[in-house]
Write a protein that binds this ligand. Structure first.
Ligand code: ASP
Length: 324
């Protein structure tokens, strides 16, 4: 009897050790904006810069996950790198408003707790995503705007910079060209990240300068929870990029999660169906999304979208154009 009991205990211990070795899958997906991006209209140095920037952000976020860190830390780390990179429309390199200033929006969400933080219309915060995280963790609110958000940032010791720090020569040039035109078009872009950590928790973050020539305190989809940014362990994590007005009216990120929750629609199908609704209204853009099993999807209906992913199964990729 004692022999059988000991064998039984050994079997259980062996099984537990095996389970500890078989790590749960983890993954990071990032984007650097969707738009009229083709190989033909992208200068070689811009292409190199965008690829290198995505690569760097991917490594920063993935390193967090690999060490067993949280998906929240991973998405914040990846987005901070993209905010600091002049190749993307967020932080340094943001597109300019009609007045020629940079106004930044960002959001972050924790799929484990459904905690969320968001900021809009910032002019002086070096890394908007980190302020969004402070709103989530250190304030009783979810969304703060403009001067109020910056006053809160002071209480949190965040890094302030001059507005001119965000304005790159390339964006200033584009602004000057657009200023003379009656219909300036809508150059845009955004950055974002979604992650699944080893504990099985999802998170999402997005950061943007919004649309060029925006007026009157315009805010897009990126900082609105459930639209440009959403995460729920029960369904998925989503970060969007594209023509914000249309994304808002289609409630994009939560629409994907809702299809999964209420209809059992798989992630990829849900994401495509929602993006088709954006298109039917006349909008365009793309998104990255990830579910709790590590399924990744990165659909877009523009000519290109800066995007990259890395999974614990060893697969990874960086792409800019449609067939890339
Ligand atoms: N979605 C952003 C906005 O409308 C811009 C973009 O992603 O291109 O503010």
């Amino acid at each position: 009897m004692r022999f059988f009991f000991r064998t039984f205990l050994l079997l259980i211990a062996g099984n537990l050790a095996l389970q500890a070795q078989v790590k749960r899958p983890f993954a990071l997906v990032i984007h650097g904006g969707a738009g009229a991006i083709t190989k033909e209209n992208t200068a070689p140095e811009k292409e190199r810069g965008a690829r290198a920037g995505l690569e760097k952000a991917l490594q920063a976020g993935y390193a967090v996950l690999e060490k067993g860190g949280t998906s929240l830390d991973a998405v914040e780390a990846a987005v901070r790198v993209l905010e600091d990179d002049p190749n993307f429309n967020a932080g340094v390199g943001a597109v300019l408003t009609a007045e020629g200033t940079a106004e930044l929006d960002s959001a972050i969400m924790d799929g484990r707790t459904l905690g969320a933080g968001s900021v809009a219309g910032l002019r002086h915060i070096k890394n908007p995503v980190s302020l969004a995280r402070r709103v989530m963790e250190k304030s009783p609110h979810v969304m703060l705007i403009g001067e109020g958000a910056e006053a809160f940032a002071k209480t949190q010791g965040l890094t302030f910079v001059e507005n001119a720090t965000f304005i790159t020569p390339a964006r200033l040039e584009a602004w000057k060209r657009a200023k003379g035109k009656a219909q300036p078009g809508n150059p845009k872009g955004t950055v974002g990240a979604v992650a699944l950590d080893q504990a099985g928790n999802l998170a999402a973050a997005t950061s943007t300068g919004g649309m060029m020539m925006k007026k009157w305190g315009r805010v897009g989809d990126a900082p609105i929870i459930g639209i440009g940014t959403y995460a729920d362990n029960a369904t998925c994590a989503v970060s969007c990029t594209g023509w914000g007005e249309f994304f808002i009216r289609t409630v994009v990120a939560h629409d994907i999660a809702a299809q999964m929750a209420y209809a059992g629609t798989p992630l990829t199908k849900a994401a495509i169906q929602t993006l088709d609704k954006v298109k039917a209204l006349g909008g365009d853009g793309g998104l990255i999304a990830l579910d709790a099993k590590g399924t990744i999807t990165m659909p877009f209906n523009t000519s290109g979208m800066f995007r990259a992913f890395k999974k614990s199964d060893g697969t990874q990729g960086v792409s800019l154009f449609r067939n890339d």
